[in-house]
Design a protein around this ligand. Structure first.
Ligand SMILES: [Zn+2]
Length: 380
């Protein structure tokens, strides 16, 4: 079975909390931000102490990041803020320890509330969607991007650079292979170690041109020109937050369409229900097989027409929903082999996201069994 991932059409234009690429340098960031900071943080060394030390993740204390910064002389701290090369060297060591949540808290603390609106206005051209209420978080993500870009460009060792790149890719794909949805690990040499996969094979090994992948997917894509497909997956990861909302709406709409069926729609002829039989062995779990088959024969044709009629209205796209179901099916199936339990896991997701009862959720999931997103065909 070919795995295909498509970007949900209506998710591509949503604003993102995470700016994925930034052209801003740290010097510019500091110049724009510093006038708004409370008294003491205005000086460069205090900025480095205040913002960077407080934003260092506690997990990295073992590596002594905080201690290293504290030992820096005032002059060195001044240079981090003024000299891009010094900042790049600093970023290489520091970027992996930077914690967006901690930084958001620090910024909340050091930016006086009344100036948030004006500050957001100043950063509007760099950070789409920034406003007074999300200002600290957006700036923390911006700073993370600046640190990581600088670290990637810095002349450090190849291994250090690769480590940062892998860390970013891991964050972006939430610890799973975005191609097959299996869990991946940052630990090198394991069977499921994260392997950076080039989107454009002739391009450079940089975050914007890479996807996380598991070694199996890496082998099946390496050296092939699949850039369009891989780029779509990359874009979908960047748009995930928007997608989350649109999936809830899509599922609510699907359940709504199901509710509108009049009840006199034609049922599917038996031979068309063969698909279910090819996926769920009827003899192994008869009741489960019958339940899915009944849902399919009873609702599939009418739902399919209803979905087709809605396509494109209010930005609704069936493809986005189908892709969501496939992704969740693969994620559950990578940990669970019992078909009924997998089915149940999907039903739970639909119930939660659409805010509906169990029966309509079961009908929706059954639809995607017939439509091929859920369950593999059993090879004869
Ligand atoms: Zn994979």
């Amino acid at each position: 079975m070919i795995l295909q991932k498509q970007v949900s059409q209506n998710a591509t234009n949503r604003d993102q909390v995470r700016p994925t690429a930034t052209k801003m340098t740290f010097k510019e960031f500091y110049r724009k931000l510093s006038p708004y900071l409370k008294g003491t943080y205005k000086s460069a060394p205090d900025f480095v102490d205040g913002i960077f030390i407080k934003s260092a993740s506690t997990n990295d204390d073992g590596k002594g990041i905080t201690a290293t910064i504290e030992k820096c002389s005032k002059r060195e701290k001044q240079r981090i803020v003024q000299d891009e090369r010094a900042f790049a060297r600093f970023s290489r060591k520091y970027a992996p320890s930077f914690d967006v949540e901690l930084c958001t808290d620090v910024l909340d603390e050091v930016i006086p509330d009344p100036s948030l609106e004006k500050l957001a206005g100043d950063f509007e051209s760099d950070v789409p969607g920034i406003n007074f209420s999300n200002c600290s978080e957006k700036l923390a993500y911006l700073l993370k991007g600046i640190l990581e870009d600088a670290a990637e460009r810095s002349p450090g060792s190849k291994a250090q650079k690769e480590n940062i790149l892998r860390q970013r890719l891991n964050d972006e794909s939430h610890g799973e292979c975005p191609l097959c949805h299996k869990e991946i690990t940052m630990i090198q040499g394991k069977q499921n170690s994260l392997t950076p996969l080039l989107i454009d094979q002739s391009g450079e090994m940089a975050f914007e041109n890479c996807l996380a992948s598991c070694p199996d997917c890496y082998r099946s894509f390496e050296g092939k020109d699949e850039r369009e497909k891989l780029q779509r997956i990359k874009d979908a990861l960047a748009n995930e937050e928007g997608e989350e909302d649109s999936i809830n709406e899509s599922l609510e709409k699907a359940v709504g369409l199901l509710g509108k069926l009049r009840g006199d729609e034609p049922v599917m002829l038996e031979y068309q229900g063969v698909k279910v039989e090819q996926k769920i062995p009827p003899k192994k779990n008869t009741y489960f097989y019958k339940k899915v088959l009944e849902n399919v024969t009873r609702y599939f044709p009418a739902l399919r027409s209803a979905f087709q009629a809605e396509e494109g209205k209010d930005g609704w796209s069936f493809q986005g929903l189908a892709e969501f179901m496939r992704r969740n099916y693969l994620a559950i199936a990578s940990k669970e082999t019992d078909q009924e339990k997998i089915f149940d896991g999907l039903v739970q997701i639909v119930m939660e996201k659409a805010g509906c009862q169990r029966t309509p959720a079961e009908i929706i999931v059954s639809y995607f069994v017939q439509d091929c997103e859920v369950f593999h065909e059993i090879s004869q």
